[in-house]
Design a protein around this ligand. Structure first.
Ligand code: HEM
Length: 149
């Protein structure tokens, strides 16, 4: 496995997104998946991009975690909780009110890069973990809406 972050600067061409292998969600299962997303946001709390999130309002922060987990579970082939509660994903539009640049994207991704290795120790197939990473690495490029300073 490699958790390499490839260039997602706004100037680069739009990448082709490949959904994660459904084996990832099948093996990880919902409870552990939600824990992963929770842990990701808890790491974000201590980064330069924390200001973008309602980290000081536990109820609001819990909602962000839930929405993100719902979305990622859906994209990984799990239940469509996100569609049921939020409708169309419209990820670009939903991120548009935030100034997301390549540095912010890297910080966001590095938090996942810290967490994914433990899944292998828990018995998740490295190939599946890699496919989830590849999705995050590429899809996050689409969220970059602000040129690097
Ligand atoms: C694979 C990449 C990403 C995915 C799948 C993703 C997914 C999501 C989802 C599902 C939501 C909730 C949308 C809703 O309101 O229904 C969300 C919110 C948000 N995301 Fe992302 N995101 C990604 C990358 C990023 C990056 C790179 C940043 C910033 C560096 C970011 C910043 C935010 C912020 C600030 C919110 C709003 C939090 C709030 O509601 O207060 N996201 N994201």
């Amino acid at each position: 496995m490699d958790f390499l972050i490839t260039d997602g600067s706004i100037e680069t061409l739009q990448p082709t997104v490949v959904k994660p292998n459904p084996g990832f969600f099948s093996q990880v299962q919902e409870e552990r998946f939600r824990q992963l997303v929770n842990d990701h946001y808890e790491l974000i709390r201590n980064t330069k991009i924390a200001f973008m999130f309602p980290v000081e309002y536990e109820d609001e922060f819990a909602k962000v975690k839930k929405r993100a987990a719902d979305f990622l579970i859906q994209i990984c082939g799990g239940p469509d909780y996100y569609a049921q509660t939020r409708g169309d994903s419209r990820m670009l539009a939903r991120h548009a009110r935030f100034r997301i640049d390549e540095e912010g994207r890297r910080i966001w991704l590095e938090c996942y890069a810290q967490l994914l290795p433990s899944l292998e120790q828990e018995g998740i197939e490295p190939e599946y973990i890699q496919s989830f990473w590849n999705y995050l690495n590429v899809f996050s490029k689409l969220m970059v809406n602000t040129p690097s300073r």
